[in-house]
Design a protein around this ligand. Structure first.
Ligand SMILES: Nc1ncnc2c1ncn2[C@@H]1O[C@H](COP(=O)(O)OS(=O)(=O)O)[C@@H](OP(=O)(O)O)[C@H]1O
Length: 397
């Protein structure tokens, strides 16, 4: 068994007081004075990289020091996760949380310089546990900790929106490794979310539009041009080549979005048999996704919020999140600005809401999507009041 610097104990969530502070610098002092760590751990386990480690020793926030280094270096498993939904302001939420001197966000596995998403649990990889530890004690892997004091007062988190789309098997793996992890899910009106994801795919050059007579009006998704061919062939369009398609340019039009949703356009309904439409649409089936998480984790480890409520009053939503995590309040009121598009954003962070926008979703497509999502949205009434959902999402339930 690994030698532990502190008594090893499965983390228990801290349910004590929440500290109020006007100055971010105070927060660290308060924690040091009170001699406690945040995010619920009274004692934070520290494993050593040179020891054999079993998965049973792991949990949210468990750290490992790098024994091959002469100075103290450690990396930690995430103490909490922003699990999704994709295109529901997860980047913004992570940026707000990162303002706290107590919280550090993960970089990517493959590229530690990319300040992005760790993607720990959205693949079933052979040998994930050795991989986790190869990374966790990798000195390049950030966030890294350079003193035990930092370990006591600072926690890491990961924002990977794909976790909300994780399969049962992936979630089981996550639960095995991080049974105490706290999770935050932010949900956006699924109709708006779908259009937003479509625009993202389009911005990234993954939406192809049929231009030759054989494929005129077809909209297909392809991370690479030759994939468009496979898609076209699956649709029964033989003898097409990649020259029959052109890459759509951002911003993508409502017409193409509708064509993508409707498949070959022969029926009155959205055609979910097609890969892009299905991928985009099913990402908004939030209730099913939350149920998969809650099949393994207790409800108290999950905080669910509405993106639109966050947009409207980010400080109020951040306070709820801070209470959920058990971290002290940040003085956000002094840290905000109003963006050109009228949203409240952080002064020192470039908000995604600043960037060039696309046209509004057409009312008739909105109606189709709202109808499709209605039963799924009704499933969210166990999480939100009817009025709250109606007000935020402008939908009937
Ligand atoms: N403060 C605020 N106000 C209004 N809208 C906001 C705000 N913050 C983020 N956003 C919108 O959230 C969308 C990006 O979500 P994500 O960061 O989750 O995207 S991603 O999944 O990580 O790619 C992206 O949506 P689209 O504009 O539809 O692309 C952002 O504009």
């Amino acid at each position: 068994r690994a030698v532990l610097d502190f008594e090893f104990k499965a983390p228990e969530w801290f349910e004590g007081e929440v500290w109020e502070s006007q100055d971010p610098a105070d927060i660290r002092d308060v924690l040091l004075l009170n001699n406690v760590s945040t995010i619920g751990m009274k004692q934070r386990p520290l494993l050593r990289s040179s020891q054999n480690i079993s998965p049973d020793q792991l949990d949210a926030g468990v750290c490992m020091s790098d024994d091959s280094s002469s100075s103290f270096k450690a990396a930690c498993l995430p103490s909490f996760l922003i699990i999704g939904a994709m295109k529901a302001g997860t980047g913004e939420l992570a940026a707000w949380l990162e303002q706290s001197p107590l919280l550090r966000r993960y970089t990517n596995f493959a590229n530690p310089n990319w300040h992005g998403e760790a993607h720990y649990f959205d693949y079933i990889r052979p040998g994930l546990i050795p991989l986790l530890f190869k990374r966790i004690d990798d000195v390049r892997a950030r966030p890294k900790y350079e003193s035990k004091d930092q370990l006591r007062t600072t926690h890491s988190f990961d924002k990977t929106p794909n976790y909300l789309l994780a399969t049962e098997a992936q979630l089981e793996m996550m639960h095995r490794l991080l049974p105490s992890v706290r999770m935050i899910a932010t949900l956006r009106n699924p109709t708006d979310r779908a259009f937003s994801q479509y625009q993202q795919e389009c911005r990234q050059g993954f939406v192809l539009i049929g231009k030759s007579p054989a494929v005129k009006g077809r909209v297909v998704f392809a991370r690479r041009p030759d994939w468009a061919l496979h898609t076209a062939q699956r649709l029964g369009l033989a003898n097409v080549s990649k020259e029959d398609f052109e890459t759509a340019t951002f911003p993508c039009s409502n017409d193409h979005f509708l064509a993508m949703l409707m498949g070959n356009g022969t029926g009155p309904d959205i055609d979910l048999s097609r890969s892009l439409a299905f991928r985009i649409i099913s990402t908004g089936y939030y209730r099913e996704q939350l149920d998969r998480v809650l099949a393994l984790y207790p409800r108290k480890q999950l905080h669910v919020l509405l993106h639109e409520a966050f947009m409207h009053n980010p400080i109020a939503e951040m306070e709820k999140i801070e209470d959920f995590l058990g971290v002290p309040r940040m003085p956000y009121a002094n840290m905000t600005r109003i963006t050109d598009s009228g949203f409240i954003a952080l002064k020192n962070v470039r908000s995604k809401a600043d960037k060039l926008r696309y046209e509004k979703l057409s009312p008739s497509t909105r109606e189709k999507l709202d109808r499709l999502y209605r039963p799924h949205n009704q499933g969210l009434l166990d999480f939100f009041d009817k009025e709250q959902l109606r007000k935020a999402w402008h939908i009937s339930l």
